[in-house]
Design a protein around this ligand. Structure first.
Ligand SMILES: [Zn+2]
Length: 233
């Protein structure tokens, strides 16, 4: 923020040719910016129905207001920012959780594909083929071959379904949802209450610190006095 002096130099009164320091501000809502500022020369022919304030006082007021607003903004920022930080961490966790689980799902699918390939490439086994002739009387039963593949498919489907199921009821989902709900705009009254509480808390801390400092200074002064006294005698 610019200091008073800097503003003094930059600010010009309502009259374009005057080069003097601003003396008075008129609080007239119909005037804009410089039209509200008056220097000593302006004031010679000055008349208004509106409230006027001295320049120094108005500077103090604007700075005080700005400080207050900055404090409120900081409190609002602090509330939301902390929650956003937490939400971001949850999203990062969720991402790694999803990645890990999807990797497992892909890996399981690849194992399934390998099992299916092995099923296709079954090697010739003399005794198995004799069994087959006895059982099926030289007829190749397509149904029987199809049956052989069922346990493989069944196991993998069961495994993948379980893994897929967890995505429908994420634990992280409710966590993130809660944070988002907390971030939802609160009623203005409620928000006001929260800010007032925070300001009071800060003021109390400040007050305590000031007292501590004052006590420290007092005891320091006592020590100094004692030192000079002892030096005297
Ligand atoms: Zn002027």
């Amino acid at each position: 923020m610019k200091s008073n002096q800097q503003n003094d130099k930059i600010l010009k009164c309502a009259h374009p040719e005057h080069q003097e320091v601003i003396q008075v501000i008129v609080l007239d809502p119909t005037l804009i910016k410089n039209q509200r500022l008056f220097c000593k020369t302006c004031l010679e022919n000055f008349e208004t129905n509106h409230k006027t304030i001295g320049f120094k006082k108005v500077m103090g007021m604007t700075e005080e207001n700005y400080k207050k607003k900055r404090q409120f903004r900081e409190i609002i920022y602090n509330q939301k920012f902390k929650e956003l930080e937490e939400l971001k961490q949850k999203f990062i966790k969720l991402k790694s959780y999803i990645n890990r689980n999807l990797d497992e799902i892909i890996e399981n699918t690849e194992i399934w594909m390998k099992d299916l390939t092995n099923y296709k490439l079954q090697e010739f086994n003399f005794h198995n083929e004799i069994d087959w002739i006895i059982q099926y009387n030289q007829q190749i039963e397509i149904e029987q071959l199809a049956q052989e593949v069922n346990p493989i498919n069944y196991n993998h489907i069961k495994k993948l379904n379980q893994k897929l199921e967890q995505f429908s009821s994420f634990k992280e989902y409710s966590n993130c949802k809660n944070i988002l709900n907390n971030l939802q705009p609160k009623k203005i009254k409620q928000q006001r209450q929260i800010i007032i509480q925070e300001v009071t808390k800060r003021d109390q801390v400040k007050y305590k610190d000031q007292h501590k400092n004052r006590d420290r200074q007092k005891s320091q002064q006592k020590d100094d006095k004692l030192n000079t006294l002892t030096r005297k005698y």
